[in-house]
Design a protein around this ligand. Structure first.
Ligand code: SF4
Length: 329
């Protein structure tokens, strides 16, 4: 039986593409990639609606390396969609086709749907850079493109593929109705790299980080308020109890945490190699986000993560005006 690997992003288009091929009597296995910026949650929900299995591929490390310096640059935010798609296709072609004994790869790309990454030229770049151009089929817009080997050989019926083009979602929504797919997220909604505020934080990290950026630093960007206070140190102030707990999962014994001694308030963390002045700075941030923010002076306790907070410092809490220029928005 002919078998296809469908790259499932968790959005509507990729699932429609998979469904079109499944309806041709071809076995379809969903492949969902996991990185620091997107995961499989939506893919599971979508795959269930067309009854295909999902295999999750964690390529976080390689993907992060690519995101730092993508060959074809970024989209509107920090989303390197051309390189990202090509990387996914390369994984499918080089590793997964043989592992699953599959014949070709399906993607949900639509010609001219996105201004940078889905023009005809971009689709060609993605295909060529993947290294497996002859194995890639784009069922939603196949009729706008030259026939692939799969169509020429009769493995796939070209007549039952589509010619969708442009930014309108009308045809995809009609198809979703036809296929009884009712629960789907907004396009690209699941990728943090398309989120402007997350992208600003990541851009700042890429620009200022002197060493190699690791997964932990990227995960930290998802939590709290971030303040860059020097080349060597950054402050994170948790906003909620949930953020405090998530932060604790990411901290290590080099990180220093701060809490107001006599007032409720959130936890502050300083990561990097802080000087004495920077410790004081973090204490003043802690004061600002505590119930003692309007006091003349308060005591802040601090210490390395996982150790008792046995050091104390007296500070006057920062005002918002003093802090704003350090905030990474
Ligand atoms: S939106 Fe995100 S997941 Fe999708 S191709 Fe672009 S960078 Fe990759």
């Amino acid at each position: 039986m002919t078998k296809a690997l469908a790259m499932i992003s968790g959005g509507l288009d990729s699932i429609l593409a998979a469904k079109l091929i499944k309806d041709q009597g071809i076995e379809v296995i969903g492949i969902c990639f996991k990185s620091h910026f997107f995961g499989p949650q939506n893919a599971y929900k979508m795959a269930e609606q067309i009854d295909i299995p999902i295999k999750v591929i964690d390529f976080s490390k390689d993907h992060l390396e690519m995101v730092k310096n993508p060959k074809h640059g970024y989209g509107k935010n920090m989303n390197p969609c051309i390189d990202c798609h090509a990387m996914m296709m390369n994984y499918c072609g080089s590793k997964l086709l043989s592992e699953f004994d599959a014949d070709f790869i399906i993607t949900g790309e639509v010609l001219n749907q996105r201004p940078m990454s889905q023009t005809k030229a971009s689709l060609d770049i993605v295909k060529n850079e993947s290294g497996f151009s002859e194995k890639i089929l784009r069922p939603l817009c196949a009729k706008n493109l030259l026939p692939t080997e799969m169509e020429k050989s009769g493995m796939v019926d070209r007549e039952r593929l589509l010619d969708i083009s442009g930014r309108s979602r009308a045809r995809q929504m009609e198809l979703a109705k036809l296929f009884n797919i009712n629960d789907y997220p907004s396009p690209a909604g699941g990728c943090k790299l398309t989120d402007p505020s997350f992208s600003n934080r990541l851009k700042e990290l890429v620009k200022n980080n002197k060493g190699d950026i690791c997964g932990r630093e990227v995960e930290l960007l998802k939590l709290g308020r971030h303040f860059r206070i020097s080349e060597n140190a950054k402050i994170i102030s948790a906003r909620t109890e949930v953020e405090v707990n998530s932060l604790k999962d990411l901290l290590n014994s080099n990180d220093i945490i701060f809490m107001a001694k006599d007032f409720n308030g959130s936890m502050t963390v300083i990561v990097g190699e802080p000087s004495e002045e920077e410790i004081e700075f973090a204490a003043k941030v802690t004061g600002r986000y505590s119930k003692g923010k309007d006091e003349e002076n308060i005591t802040v306790k601090y210490g390395n993560f996982d150790e008792p907070l046995e050091k104390f410092i007296e500070i006057k809490p920062f005002s918002d005006d003093q802090l704003i220029k350090y905030l990474i928005k």
